[in-house]
Each structure stands twice: as C-alpha cells, then as structure tokens.
Write a protein that binds this ligand. Sequence first.
Ligand code: GLN
Length: 503
Amino acid sequence: MKVAARSAGEIAMAVRSRSATATQVVSLTLDRIEAVNPAINAFVDIFKARAMSAAEDVDARIAKGENLPLAGVPVALKDNMCLGPDLHAPGDTRGYGGRTTCASRILENYRSPFTATAAQRLIEAGAVIVGKTNLDEFAMGSSTEWSIFGPTRNPWDTERVAGGSSGGSAAAVAAGLVPLALGSDTGGSIRQPASHCGVVGVKPTYGRVSRYGLAAFASSLDQIGPMGATVADAALALEVLCGHDPLDSTSAPRAVPAWSAELGRPVEALRLGVPKQARGAGVQPEVTAALDRAVEALRGAGGKFVEVDLPLTDEGIAAYYIIAPAEASSNLARFDGVRYGRRAALGPGEGLFELYCKSRGEGFGDEVRRRIMLGTHVLSAGYHDAYYTTAQKVRRRVLDDFSRAFAACDVIVMPAAPGPAFGIGEKLNDPLAMYLEDVFTVGVNLAGLPGVTVPAGFVSEAGRDLPVGVQIIAPAFEEGVMLRAAAMLERALALPRRNPVIS
Ligand code: GLN
C-alpha cells in the first residue's frame, strides 16, 4: 500500500475493514518520514517505538470491535502541544511523553506531565501520533524560520519557506508524510502555511477546539485546527477535535455536527462575498488570479458574487500586532527560570534578578523578545490607552465589519496570504514585511471566526511551481457552511492531485 497517496479517510476505512493494519500503515509512514524529513525539516521529533506500540494498540482495539473514525491514521502534532506520559488509550499505560519545546531554547528539555485535549481526542479516535512538527518559536512568526531547530523547507521548493508558524505541519502533509497534522492559529498560522504548501488548513471558531495543553501565545486569539490534503480529511479530523472540554474555560458547549457527512451537499444559492481589499496594494497578481479562478469556479457551481467591504483590513494588522504581543508578554511571564524551562547558571554574588534576566535572555530568541518588549510597552502605564485600548476598539470594529459583510453573503472568499511562499531568509531581517504576510488572516482571529484555506492551483516562479490557496471565512460556529463551500470549491476546481518532487 502506498501510504503517501492515501487520505486519512481511506486509511481509516482500510484499517477498520482490516484490509490493512495500523501497524503496517505506521511502519510505512515512519520509513517515509525518515527518508524525506532531512530535506524539509518538518519533524523535530519522530516517535518510532512509541508510534509502533500505539499502532499495535489500535489494531487490538479494532480486533475488539471498536469503531474508530481515525483508525490507524498517522498524525503529526505541532510542537507547542503537550503529550504527557499519562494514559492515552484504554489499557495503554505507556503513553507518548517526549518533549514539548515550542521550538524554544527555554523549553528545550521540557517534558509535560499532561496531554493536550486535542491530542487525546485524536488518540481516542484511533489516530497514531508519529511525531512533533517544527514551528516558529512559541508560534510567533510566518515562516517557521524562528526555530531552534532551523527552518522548515517548502516541499515544492526547498529554497523557500513553508510559511508559519505551523510550517512543519503544513510541509509534513504537503510532502505526503502524514495525511493529517495539527496546527495552531493565532493570526494565520494554520491558513498561511496551508496556502504556501498547497494543503487544506482549518482555523475553527474561537472556542470550538479545546486549547488545554497548547502553550499559550495570545489567549484571546489562539485556536488549534487540522491540516490535511483534502477538505474531507480536514472535516473528519475537525469532528474528532471539536466539543466542550471542562479543562478549557473558553471551550464552547456546542454540539458538533457530522460535517463530513454533509460535504457532498452544495450550499444552495451560495452568496460569495469578496472584499474589495482582496485586490489591494501589496497583493501579488498571481494571488489575485488564483482568487479570480476560485470565484469563477464557485460561480460555475451556482454561487453568486457579492462585493463586500472590510475597510479595516490594514488597521486590523496594526491592532493584532498590539493585542497579540500584549497577551504574549503576559503569557510568557511564567518562563522565569524557576518553575519550568531553562535555568541560567549564576555567577558569584548574582541573585534572583540575575536569574530572571539571564534565564529569559538566554532562553528566548530574537522574535519572541521583540514581542515581549512590544507587549510590555503597549501595556505600560501611560501607553496603555494609546495603544492597547485603541487596538481593542479596532478589534471590535473589525468584528462589526465582518458582521455587516455577512448580512450580504454566506461566506467570504479572499486570499490567505498576499503572495506565494517566499525565499528562506528573505524577510527574516524585516519584521514589518514578515508581519504583512498576515494581512488577510488576522481579522478572522480578531473576530473569532472560522476560516479555511483551500488549494487553488499553482503559480510559476523562477521555474518552480508553487501552490497558492484561497481562504473561505464563515460566521462564528458556521463551520458546516464553510466546509461545504470549501468542498464545492475543491470539486469545482478539480485540481489533479500532485505530489512535490523533493530533491
Ligand atoms: N504570523 C502571526 C504572528 O507572527 C501569526 C502567528 C500565529 O498564528 N501563531 O503572530
């Protein structure tokens, strides 16, 4: 069986019907990861023995007649989600354990005593976690270059970034190493790398998926979501991930519909809102062309085009880069060299103050330090009103603009990023250019909405074909409409399945 060509749905079906075993699937997957990962650096940890024993457990559960929606499906986890040594499956006391590094020196050797609810749900559904994926340190970045493990490389062109911060997860799916991976999205970190790698990435409504066991970046914005090769696989994973969790106080007590069963049903008289701002300055023509193709395809499938206005698209990015660092500076205050993480060695006469300064100074990388300084500044007495309070007002108006737009349309279609994947190193010394990557994604987080990136074809740059995605956004808790529209787009575009040739 060629695992690379198989979807999560197909693998689960094969394992459930016993035409394949989880052990076979996982063993082939591990071989392929071992062969391909050195070229793209998507995985930072590979669970060889643990994944094999977890696969054996899945086969045993199948033999007992358990009905597992993700039976034997290999999954990768972004390395800001915890896997503890605690129970993972009924009867399994071995657990995964391993490190949760957040790609940061400060957590380089951190072992969590507990497991993220999202991971736990995947395991209960029969998935096998085969490893942890690379990210920008603490998920702060848009390129997966700010990592102690070095950059993840885009499988379509290894001289380019995979996007970020969930670049490892996106690249792992794009390279066919795993059919599903989890990312986290605070300002676009699932949707932008999905666009750059040519995969589907879902950022659910705020509150849909438990963040218990996710290292917090900006708590009013963070969401966990699935990345997969197809809308159907992403929907399948989303169904498993969603649902109330008493361990996360922001988790929404909402029923989880059977989204994957509904994907074949088109949205009747679908009204497609396309914001004027999608064609604004700074958007590369290839991206506009991909958007036009997507809108045309959806119109061909019965959709009706409506122009909408998201006038605060630019202001949204300014508000995001105040609110997210403010929350990050507060969330990261816990890394003080005392309770967890790296503790610096002290010289003679040095005390607690030096311990804090040295541990944090050695432990955090440049971008995280920049965010902490920005966040501390905008929250400081005297600047709080000018920056933080103003940004909160903009945030409210961004939500109002989306609400107004959704009065005229069912879903909004716009780019996920202003261009295709850029070169490694290209934006590393230009924080503003890096931040502008997020112009089309942060609004969704500020407003708490669901958004999904769907591959929309390829553009040719310097002799290489690079994928470009489009983003579909829906009102809060309307993942059903969003995924059905995404499936309509996928069917209408009918892109041939292509696998990158990784050199
Ligand atoms: N690129 C954005 C940032 O750097 C978003 C990151 C994310 O969604 N985690 O903050």
